[in-house]
Ligand binder design. Structure first.
Ligand SMILES: Nc1ncnc2c1ncn2[C@@H]1O[C@H](COP(=O)(O)OP(=O)(O)OP(=O)(O)O)[C@@H](O)[C@H]1O
Ligand SMILES: [Mg+2]
Length: 337
């Protein structure tokens, strides 16, 4: 549905977007994640036809955004970083105005405006002037104008920025409910947003794609080893050497010790499941097994790992380095249909 091929954008000497390629399938929600200045907004502006690229191309719904900008834009709803509101219009007038310019048929227009205002929770401010809206409400009206013509593709630049916690949840629910019928790209630098809303993530840093995958796979793939947390009541016995002798265990760290109860982080080779063996060893000794759970690397750690630049003169741990093999190849990037 959306295909970005070798997109590059230079502002003078600054390369804001550097050879970026990815695809979004129909009905999918793609998270566009990156730190400040990574190139998210620039990519979105190019994708929505608001700015030309220096190189590469972008296809939306099979249409090249540069060759067929009018047709392509008709299929896109765009929520820019700063929602483009007209201060002198009321919310209803503004949403109705956008409906008109987006070509919503006049017979359907009133219904459509009402439905969208309700869906984005702005109906209670329908008669308020846009200039007098709070930041969160401006954001919601921005979302309303993006949805008004029921576009196939939604490009949302930080859709939850400036919203209160309740609104964030409602907006995420709204976005999730739009998937399936709509193809969505949303940008964020808020990690929970990505794991809660998106099926796939593109992580971008300094204009370059550094990882493309599902949030779960990113967490799993970037982890060099598996770590289990066990809590054991060994009645004062020495637990470390016993667990350390289990085949596949690479190392143990005692964390949290409270009297005879100790917590241990047991690291094992990737792909070896040592849980049964751990449990059996502890129970066979007559110790109490109080807790056994995998410790997952958070998406936050993954994000920091792939966006923190390593100095070239520093020796790197291969388990901590993202290699091209870890980044999903982008299908069809080289095809020119
Ligand atoms: N009009 C412009 N002229 C010159 N440089 C620009 C312009 N717009 C953006 N840049 C630069 O391009 C880079 C990418 O900016 P962009 O706004 O795309 O980042 P972003 O990922 O959206 O960041 P944020 O999370 O802060 O919104 C930055 O280095 C920025 O300074
Ligand atoms: Mg931005």
């Amino acid at each position: 549905m959306i295909e970005v091929q070798h997109l590059t954008k230079r502002y003078g000497r600054v390369t804001a977007v550097d050879d970026v390629s990815f695809r979004v399938e129909r009905g999918e929600i793609l998270g566009f994640l990156g730190p400040n200045g990574a190139g998210k907004t620039t990519t979105m502006r190019i994708l929505t036809g608001y700015m030309p690229a220096s190189d590469g191309r972008a296809m939306v719904a099979g249409l090249d955004i540069f060759d067929k900008p009018i047709e392509a834009k008709r299929r896109i709803g765009y929520l820019p970083e700063a929602p483009p509101l007209y201060p002198d219009m009321t919310v209803r007038e503004y949403v109705d105005f956008v409906a008109r310019i987006k070509g919503v048929p006049s017979k359907e227009r009133k219904d459509r405006v009402d439905t969208v205002m309700k869906r984005t929770h702005v109906a209670d401010m329908a008669d308020r002037h846009c200039a007098k809206l709070s930041k969160g409400y401006k954001q919601r009206v921005g979302l309303a104008q993006a949805l008004i013509h029921n576009p196939d593709v939604l490009i949302l630049d930080e859709p939850t920025a400036g919203l209160d916690p309740k609104q964030i949840i409602e907006t995420r629910d709204l976005i999730r409910s739009l998937a399936g019928d709509h193809t969505i790209i949303l940008s964020t630098h808020i990690l929970p947003e990505v794991s809660q809303t998106c099926q796939r993530v593109v992580i971008i840093n300094q204009g370059r794609v550094v990882a493309v995958d599902t949030p779960e796979n990113l967490i799993a793939r970037l982890k060099g080893a598996e770590t289990m947390f066990v809590q054991v009541d060994a009645g004062g016995a020495d637990v470390l050497p016993v667990l350390g002798a289990i085949p596949g265990v690479l190392g143990i760290v005692a964390s949290d010790q409270r009297g005879v109860v100790g917590g241990f982080e047991v690291e094992s080779e990737r792909g070896t499941d040592i849980r049964r063996q751990l449990a059996r060893t502890i129970v066979d000794r007559g110790w109490g097994l109080l807790e056994l759970r995998p410790m997952r690397m958070s998406l936050e750690e993954v994000f920091l790992q792939v966006t923190t630049e390593e100095r070239p003169d520093e020796p790197t741990n291969p388990a901590e380095t993202i290699t091209p093999a870890m980044v999903e190849p982008v299908p069809g990037v080289d095809s020119h249909e």
